[in-house]
Design a protein around this ligand. Structure first.
Ligand SMILES: Cc1cc2nc3c(=O)[nH]c(=O)nc-3n(C[C@H](O)[C@H](O)[C@H](O)COP(=O)(O)O)c2cc1C
Length: 184
């Protein structure tokens, strides 16, 4: 899909279907995710694809934001494997995980599917249910940071992104030669 179209048309789809996603399509989406850059190229992220009745049931216990999806991608990044800025100790695992999740989200839209990025879920409980999602050092900070739920089939637009984007409005004010009529 053409880039401008992709970024303009993507939205958080909050009414999803649990139709299975073809392996080939899922593969392309995951490839978009792992093409993401990471700090120092340490690639501290991990991805888990959850499907099937049992996983869907667990996910709906961990969050109310499943939107009826049948496929979930959990994105994690291990702080012990991520770059840390020496000046103030900032660990960038969450930043790395977010870039991967963003690539995935755009890959999902490009594949003709919908998704919503979900941050509000019981991450500590998720680690208990899926022990492989704990980081190497069993830190309190969960490795599982985000997940995206995907759907195939009908999309239901609920995003208000263009009207709510206050930062974009700011951008317009400060970059007078940028023509961002999309947000006006
Ligand atoms: C880091 C992050 C966390 C989010 N967590 C949730 C969530 O827990 N539940 C939810 O319904 N939407 C969640 N969203 C979706 C946002 O609400 C949505 O992206 C935003 O309203 C803009 O809408 P748009 O994606 O359609 O442009 C999250 C988005 C981001 C980027």
């Amino acid at each position: 899909m053409e880039f401008e179209k992709l970024i303009r048309e993507r939205y958080s789809c909050k009414k999803l279907k649990d139709t299975p996603i073809e392996k080939e399509k899922l593969g392309r989406i995951l490839e978009a995710g792992i093409a993401a850059p990471t700090g120092c190229n340490y690639q501290p992220y991990k991805l888990w694809v959850l499907t099937g009745e049992e996983n869907c049931r667990v996910m709906s216990e961990l969050t109310k934001y499943t939107f009826g999806a049948g496929t979930f991608i959990v994105v994690g990044a291990d702080p012990s494997k991520a770059w840390t800025r020496k000046y103030d100790g900032l660990n960038i695992s969450t930043i790395d995980a977010s870039i991967v999740a963003t690539h995935l989200m755009l890959g999902i839209h490009d594949a003709g599917l919908g998704s919503t990025w979900v941050g509000s879920f019981n991450a500590p409980e998720m680690k208990k249910r899926y022990p492989e999602m704990q980081d190497q050092q069993r830190n309190v900070e969960p490795l599982a940071k985000w997940f995206l739920c995907l759907q195939s089939g009908q999309k239901h637009r609920m995003g208000f992104h263009p009207v709510l984007n206050k930062n974009a409005d700011l951008l317009c004010k400060h970059c007078s030669n940028l023509h961002l009529t999309y947000f006006s």
